[in-house]
Ligand binder design. Structure first.
Ligand SMILES: [Zn+2]
Length: 313
């Protein structure tokens, strides 16, 4: 009789959700295109915003992983670009490889692509090692992983042979589309435009983060650990406090990339061999034959898209 009551109570609690363990979701912040993605060709500009972005991440106890394009080192002052990478490492963050020249495998094929990855690891591997880190993270530019299947498999095989771990993306806010217009507005000293872009960026992020959480739930039926794609930009340096707030409001606890990827969701195969750079929730959706909640997905505002097209180099 006693056990019957216990079971009934347990069933009641479970049905009301009271028994369900509060599953706090997690997020790993990743920043691509280090030392920096900027319209400005001023080393001061790029160094200054990196300093503030890193300080902001530290202030909010947000661990981060940076993905380097070594081809960018000589685009400005090489030594000072390397100093930026050292700043990320000194802050306790790890650096990964994002290819040397930010190319697409679709444009050059597996052979040239993997050569470019190898070329992109020279400084980063040494800098990581000087901080006790073994370089192993790799992030595909444009999230393009190779097409057709044969090319993708060659790249995957090369990455495995060379002990890389692919860093998937399971959440993003198209920050790159807002950041060049923002740089342009700042460089033209158009403060009204800059503050409009900043507000639009934060509003879009506040909309899209919960969308990704709904998408994760639609796929897995539970909360998960996300990998958030951002870029090293002045816009993110200027909004980091507000970004941290948005993630906190969504109950997403910042964790390292290693920690986020302990979520078993990251064991789901990626069967996608198409040309478009799609995120990993969409890839898993193909494997699991489940739809994401596309009906309420939103692109960034049209004025931002138009502004980006105007200023992107
Ligand atoms: Zn990139």
């Amino acid at each position: 009789m006693f056990w019957k009551w216990v079971l009934m109570l347990a069933a009641l609690f479970a049905a009301s959700g009271l028994c369900a363990r509060p599953h706090s979701e997690q997020v790993a912040f990743t920043f691509d295109d280090l030392p920096g993605l900027s319209l400005s060709t001023s080393q001061e500009f790029v160094t200054a915003y990196n300093t503030r972005l890193i300080a902001g991440l530290r202030r909010h106890h947000i661990p981060a992983t940076g993905f380097v394009n070594e081809g960018k080192l000589d685009a400005l002052v090489r030594e000072r670009q390397i100093d930026i990478l050292k700043m990320w490492l000194d802050a306790g963050f790890a650096l990964g490889n994002h290819t040397y020249s930010h190319i697409s495998p679709n444009a050059v094929g597996a052979k040239a692509y993997t050569n470019d990855i190898a070329r992109g690891a020279v400084e980063t591997r040494a800098l990581d090692a000087a901080h006790g880190i073994t370089l192993h993270w790799f992030r595909h530019p444009y999230l393009e992983t190779g097409t057709p299947a044969d090319e993708k498999h060659k790249i995957d095989h090369w990455l495995l042979e060379n002990r890389y771990t692919i860093a998937p993306v399971t959440m993003e806010n198209s920050d790159w589309m807002f950041s060049e217009p923002y740089d342009d507005a700042l460089m033209r000293h158009d403060e009204a435009a800059a503050s409009h872009i900043k507000a639009a960026y934060l509003a879009y992020t506040a909309y899209i983060v919960p969308w990704y959480r709904r998408a994760g739930h639609a796929l897995l039926g539970r909360g998960m650990s996300y990998v958030m794609l951002l870029h090293s930009t002045r816009l993110n340096a200027d909004t980091i406090d507000k970004l941290a707030e948005i993630f906190a409001r969504n109950h997403l606890m910042p964790v390292t990339l290693e920690k986020a990827m302990e979520d078993r969701a990251y064991e789901i195969p990626d069967p996608y061999t198409g040309a478009d750079g799609i995120d990993w929730l969409e890839r898993w959706g193909l494997y699991l034959k489940k739809d994401l909640p596309w009906d309420d997905f939103k692109e960034p505002p049209e004025d931002i898209q138009a502004y980006y097209k105007r200023v992107d180099r």
